[in-house]
Each structure stands twice: as structure tokens, then as C-alpha cells.
Design a protein around this ligand. Structure first.
Ligand code: ADP
Ligand code: ZN
Ligand code: ZN
Length: 722
């Protein structure tokens, strides 16, 4: 009897054996359906064997082979690496590599149509007796006219059939964007970067492409990708967020009109994602552009991996299998012997340290690529005091006014959505808090409510203080909605839009705002960090930053690094073309090295100083961290669980020779969330192998305990300890 060893998406640290019925063709990497505890589960075959530890009569049979396109060996190995490194069950890691099981549906084609020269000739004067067709022809015959996919769909069935006939006859064709294919002439540094990357072809080489925003990193990716695709290779390009994909996608299509590009991200419908996955797996796609999960895509001709904005925290998954897609990408590039380019204006301290140590080769683009563009001047102004009204300093208001007068655009950035982060009673000190979390409720105005940003709990804004009856409740602090209102009051004629998670919930909303900015239909944008990233707004010449000091109060060891990255990113939005930009940062600590470095656009100085601090404090990259997080409804249950975990970890650390420090369990910074009491325990070691061994032992112990009241997870390389 032949046995298949199957990884199933359950949090159990082993594979499951099934026998292979005659006639089923099952090999390693095959995706199969199997019976599992009275239901069906989908998994991946990781091994074939002639024997099993399970008794013959207890073995069940594989029900069905779902997929003939088996996962390739390197993807299976990547999943195995991720499971081992991030302390996850192998089946859960493999599940990340599974394609959507939906049938492939190519994404709806949204390409507009236009009349061809032959169509112009053939149809002119030929439709005298078909007024509807004639109208359609006339509509298309205008120079440069196109019919969008939406317009085509709205035509009605008869005309749609006509349109289809015209297409068949070659009278109408897809008006794909011209694909100028004309890249700008690369400058010397860009050229050197491209050459260095291409010279590494066919070998594993990690390269850190560091360049200020607008220095032309994307042009470097595109030039390299063009050469790779020309040579028959596939390029995997990872980006941090969905909302960046359409822009980059358009640039890829424009620069590489002949390459077949597909995207992979969770914003796609399952069927479309399946179609794109198949295109990647079959080798049909030349360029695969995707978020985190795309790192697991099968790529038979893979020749280059690019990770754009490599410092971005959204590459780390925050639940389930807590893997870091950048690190997984580097692992995969090594496994496949291909170069991997990590691009950023503000590299993570990890990558910065690798570059300093010579493990990554650093390629620098020191200035903005567009010779007309310069880096914006940065001004620091007080965040409090007589000049500040409604949270905005007079200097910033005046600067916005100047932009309005000149017909230029401004962006005001504050990293808080909602109206105000709190609601207080000035009379008795009452504060609106979440009943399910140890957190304050945020005041929202559009629509009006109190909302918990941790658990989603919402309630009505009380008309008076529930504790003393005072009717003058005060909203404290400034969120995006409040700033929008303040700016609308100050500049009644300005066209203002807000961009945050609330305003962009509807799909397409963000894209619509971007278009309005491009079409110069907006004067002021107010928003959260959604606005910080790679959007190119040529008329935007002023960026105001509020609440920048929050990072200085944060307990998170990466807070300054992230704040510097964010500030430099937002600053990068200002003055991209010939119009010089200005950045105004409101801070009460103008002497802080963070702001000094931002003012000089000198990320390296900051990173190097931060590394010194990290080394002194024994923090990454000078040590490796892992966090055990646990939560339960009752505090005693968490306490008991953590005490046992602590003991087990101490014993395992001792057995491993003592390089692993085990810190006592403590309450999490947010001690209660959604009704769960939360605690955590930190482990630290200068040696990755030791830490991993101790975690494996600890995980084994904890899995034994089967305490259903406690939910727990291990986070290796946590982004934050708070
Ligand atoms: P980054 O990815 O580093 O932010 P981009 O590649 O988006 O930079 O380039 C910023 C702007 O400069 C873009 O408008 C781009 O078209 C332009 N650009 C890039 N390289 C050059 C070059 N060599 N010459 C002129 N313009 C360039
Ligand atoms: Zn009160
Ligand atoms: Zn809550």
C-alpha cells in the first residue's frame, strides 16, 4: 500500500497519512482533498512512503486529487522553512502556498476599444440605415476617441453584438495604453545599479537599493526587469500594499508593453487570483507583481526577486503564520540562485546592518532622478503654544493659504483616523472607554459615534457625561475628520478630501481621490499614512505633518525607525517635479535627532545612531527576539498558562546551554482586547539556532497542555514588543 504524507491546514505539528487508491496519480506537491474528522480538508502531499505509523485499518484514503499542477519543490521547501523558522505547523505554512481553489476566471478585461484605420474606412457611410450603429461609429470616429469597457457593457445586447462583429472584422481594436516602452535615460547611478544587478544574474546576491523617494528606484527595477524578461526569465516583484499595485502595474505595462504581467493580492476575486496564479505557475507570466502572499507563487523561470519598500511593516504577517515576506523572499532567492533587490529610501535597520557588514551589497541613488526636482526644505514648527489653533499651527495654515493662492496642492498628514482620539468630561474627569478593551474610544463625526479602534465596538456619543451629567463633553486631540473640518473652516473655498481607512472603505474610493488630485480637482488632502507611500502628485508642493511627537512617547523599540521612515516618505510626496516642495513638521522637540536627520534628509545618520542604541540595548539586529502572546477571558487562566510557559521556557533554555534569556511574563500594553485578558513573555538570544530550539521545545510543551480557555501564539522576530 502506498501512503501519502499530507500537510493539512490545522495547528498540529505533524503530517497526516492517507493511502493512495489505485488509479490516483499522487506525487509530492500534489494538492489533495482528504477526509479529516468527519469533514473534508485540502492539503499538500509532502512525502510518499510505503509504510506508516498508523495502523493499516485506521488509514483513510485520499478522496480526490484537486490539482494536477503540483506545487514545485522550492515552494514546498519555502513553506517548510517558514514553518520551522516562524514556529508554525507545517500544514498552516503549506496552506499559504495553496492557490485559490476557485476555477480560474481571467480578470474582467477593462481595456477600452477604438476604431482601427480599416474600420474607419469600411464603416464610413455604410451605416445609413442603422442609426444606432451609425451613432456608435460616429462616437468612435472622433480622433483619439475610445469606448471604455463600462460604456461597452452599457450599450445593450444588440449593439454589443455589433461591436463584437466589428472586433472580429478588425474594425475595432483594444486601445491598450500605448506602452511607450521609452524609459528615461538612466543617470549614472541608476545605470550602475542596473549593471550590478544584472551582473549578478544566475547567482544568489542580495542587493540593497537605497535611494531617496523619487531617486528613480522604480526605473531601475523596470530596466532590470526588461532585460530579465528579454532573456526569458520571470520576475517576482513584491510590494507592501494593495493600493500601490495599480500605479506600479500601470508603470510596468507602460515600460514593458510586451511582457505579460499579472498581479497577486487579496484584493483580487478568487477566480482572477487563480487565473493569475496559473499564469505564474505555468511560466506564461513574465512579471508577477504581488503582496506578501505572492512570495509563495510557483515560478518555473524565476530569475529575479524585487522587494519594493523593503522596510515596510506590512510585509510581516500579524496573525496565523507570522512570517516576514521580505525575509522569505531572500530565502527563496537563495534557494533559486537568483539575485534579490531590496529597495527603500529608508531601509530597515536589519538590512542596513547587513549592508554595513557586507552581507548585502548596497547600491545608492543619492539624488532625485528628475533633474528639475529637488528634495523639499523641512521646517520644524511648535505643536503647541499661542500660534497653534485647533491643532494646526499658524505657520502651516499660512503655507496652505499660499499654495491655494498659487493653485498648488497641499497634504496634511496625521496618523489618526476619526475626529478625536478621546472624549472627556472636563468637570469630573470621566473618559469614554471601551467596555471590552483597556482603551479609550475614538470620537467619530462621519457618521457620529464612539468607536473602539481595537475591537470595532461602537456606541452612541452620549449627550451628557454619564458620570456627572455635564453636557459640555470635550473631544481631545485631532484625527483626520477634525482636521478636515478645521481646514474647511479656515479655507471655505478650498476643495478638500480626506483619505483614511474610513473614507476608502468603498472599493475604488482611493483611486478616485488619486485621480482628482492628478486632474487638479483637489486643493488639500488630509489623511493617514495611506498617503505616505509612492503616489506621484506633481502639483503637490506642501506637506504638513501633525502628531509626529507620538513616536517619541512610544514604548515600541522600532518607533523612531518607523517614524523616520514615515516622515521621509511623506516628505517625499512634496515637490516631485519642477516645483520645489516644503515640509512643515509640528513638534515640541525640534532638537531631537529624529527631526534633525529628517530635516537633512539623512536617513543613514539616523540608522547608524539607532544601531548603536540597539546594540547597547541588546535589541535586533544584535539579538533575536520572540514573543509568546497569550489571552483568555479570565486573568487567572492567562496567569496560570504564562507561569507554566515561563517554567517550560526556562528549563528548555537551560538545557540549550543558557544563551537564551527568558523574561518573566507581563501584561500586554493593551492589557485587555475584545474581552480577552492579554499577557506576553519575551525570549531573547544572540544565537538564532538556540532561540529556535527553545521555542520548539516550548511549543511542544504548550501544545500538550490543551487548555482550551487560552489562545496563544509565538511571534518570531516581532515587529513590536508593545
Ligand atoms: P522612486 O521609485 O525612487 O521613488 P521613480 O522611479 O518613481 O523613483 O522616479 C521618480 C520620478 O523621476 C518619476 O517621475 C520618474 O519617471 C522620474 N525619473 C526616474 N529616472 C529618471 C531619469 N533617469 N531621468 C529623468 N527622470 C527620471
Ligand atoms: Zn463628568
Ligand atoms: Zn474595544
Amino acid at each position: 500500500m502506498t501512503i501519502a504524507r499530507v500537510a493539512l491546514p490545522v495547528a498540529v505539528d505533524r503530517l497526516f497519512d492517507y493511502w493512495i487508491p489505485a488509479g490516483l496519480d499522487v506525487a509530492c506537491g500534489a494538492i489533495v482533498r482528504v477526509p479529516l474528522a468527519r469533514r473534508r480538508a485540502t492539503g499538500v502531499v509532502l512525502g510518499i512512503s510505503q509504510e506508516s505509523e498508523v495502523r493499516r485499518e485506521d488509514l483513510l484514503a485520499i478522496a480526490e486529487v484537486v490539482d494536477a499542477t503540483a506545487l514545485p519543490q522550492d515552494v514546498l521547501e519555502l513553506a517548510e522553512f517558514v514553518a520551522g523558522y516562524y514556529q508554525s505547523a507545517p500544514g498552516l505554512a503549506c496552506a499559504l502556498a495553496l492557490p485559490p481553489l476557485e476555477r480560474a476566471v481571467p480578470a474582467r478585461d477593462d481595456v477600452p476599444l477604438r476604431l482601427t484605420a480599416s474600420g474607419r474606412e469600411a464603416l464610413a457611410g455604410a451605416l445609413r440605415r442603422a442609426p444606432a450603429q451609425r451613432a456608435l461609429h460616429e462616437r468612435l470616429a472622433v480622433d483619439g476617441a475610445t469606448l471604455s469597457a463600462d460604456e461597452a457593457r452599457a450599450l445593450g445586447p444588440a449593439l454589443r453584438r455589433v461591436l463584437a462583429r466589428w472586433r472580429e472584422a478588425g474594425w475595432v481594436e483594444e486601445a491598450r495604453p500605448e506602452g511607450k516602452g521609452t524609459a528615461p535615460r538612466l543617470n549614472e547611478e541608476q545605470r550602475a545599479a542596473v549593471d550590478a544587478i544584472l551582473a549578478a544574474s544566475g547567482t544568489f546576491a542580495p542587493l540593497l537599493l537605497q535611494g531617496v523617494t523619487g531617486s528613480g528606484k522604480t526605473e531601475v527595477y523596470l530596466a532590470v526587469a526588461a532585460a530579465i524578461v528579454e532573456g526569458g526569465g520571470q520576475v517576482l516583484m513584491l510590494v507592501p500594499e494593495i493600493n500601490l499595485t495599480p500605479q506600479l502595474c500601470a508603470r510596468v505595462a507602460d515600460a514593458l508593453p510586451r511582457a505579460r504581467t499579472v498581479t497577486l493580492h487579496s484584493g483580487l476575486a478568487e477566480g482572477a487570483r487563480r487565473a493569475n496564479w496559473e499564469a505564474a505557475a505555468s511560466g506564461r507570466a513574465d512579471i508577477v507583481l504581488g503582496t506578501r502572499l505572492a512570495v509563495f507563487a510557483p515560478l518555473p523561470r524565476l530569475a529575479l526577486v524585487v522587494v519594493d519598500e523593503e522596510h515596510d511593516a506590512s510585509f510581516k504577517q500579524h496573525d496565523g503564520v507570522r512570517y516576514h515576506a521580505r525575509d522569505a523572499a531572500v530565502w527563496r532567492a537563495r534557494r533559486r540562485d537568483v539575485p534579490v533587490v531590496l529597495g527603500s529610501a529608508t531601509p530597515s535597520l536589519e538590512s542596513h546592518a547587513h549592508a554595513l557588514a557586507g552581507r548585502y551589497r548596497r547600491l545608492v541613488l543619492p539624488r532625485r532622478a528628475d533633474p528639475r526636482a529637488s528634495l523639499p526644505a523641512v521646517r520644524l514648527v511648535p505643536a503647541r503654544g499661542p500660534d497653534v489653533r485647533d491643532g494646526i499651527s499658524g505657520a502651516l495654515l499660512a503655507a496652505i493659504g499660499e499654495r491655494l493662492a498659487r493653485g498648488e496642492q497641499s497634504l496634511v498628514f496625521v496618523n489618526r483616523r476619526g475626529y478625536a482620539p478621546s472624549l472627556k468630561c472636563p468637570a469630573c474627569g470621566w473618559q469614554a472607554g471601551c467596555t471590552r478593551c483597556s482603551a479609550r474610544l475614538t470620537t467619530h463625526r462621519a457618521p457620529p459615534m464612539l468607536l473602539c479602534h481595537h475591537c470595532g465596538h461602537r456606541e452612541r456619543i452620549p449627550p451628557a457625561c454619564p458620570s456627572c451629567g455635564n453636557v459640555d463633553l470635550a473631544a481631545g486631540g485631532h484625527g483626520t475628520q477634525r482636521l478636515e473640518a478645521v481646514l474647511a473652516g479656515a479655507f471655505p473655498r478650498a476643495r478638500i478630501a480626506r483619505v483614511d481607512r474610513d473614507s476608502t472603505r468603498r472599493s475604488g474610493a482611493f483611486a478616485a481621490v488619486r485621480e482628482q488630485v492628478r486632474d487638479n480637482a483637489l486643493d488639500v488632502l488630509v489623511g493617514t499614512q495611506m498617503l505616505a507611500k509612492g503616489h506621484d502628485f506633481p502639483r503637490l508642493t506642501l506637506v504638513g505633518v501633525l502628531g509626529a511627537d507620538n513616536a517619541l512617547y512610544s514604548a515600541d523599540f522600532r518607533a523612531t525607525e518607523h517614524a523616520a521612515a514615515l516622515l521621509l516618505q511623506v516628505a517625499g510626496r512634496a515637490g516631485r517635479a519642477e516645483r520645489p516642495g516644503e515640509v512643515i513638521v509640528q513638534t515640541d522637540f525640534p532638537g531631537h535627532p529624529l527631526f534633525a536627520a529628517v530635516a537633512r534628509h539623512d536617513y543613514d545618520a539616523l540608522a547608524t545612531a539607532a544601531l548603536v542604541e540597539r546594540e547597547a540595548a541588546g535589541l535586533p539586529p544584535y539579538s533575536h527576539l520572540a514573543l509568546l502572546a497569550a489571552e483568555a477571558h479570565r486573568r487567572e487562566d492567562v496567569g496560570r498558562f504564562c507561569a507554566r510557559a515561563h517554567e517550560a521556557a526556562l528549563a528548555a533554555a537551560k538545557a540549550r546551554g543558557g544563551t537564551v534569556e527568558v523574561f518573566p511574563p507581563v501584561a500586554a500594553a493593551l492589557a485587555r482586547r475584545a474581552g480577552f485578558e492579554r499577557a506576553q513573555m519575551l525570549l531573547r538570544s544572540p544565537r538564532r539556532g538556540d532561540l529556535n530550539a527553545v521555542l520548539t521545545a516550548l511549543r511542544g510543551e504548550l501544545a500538550e497542555s490543551r487548555d482550551r480557555r487560552v489562545r496563544w501564539a509565538i511571534d518570531v522576530d516581532p515587529q513590536s514588543l508593545a
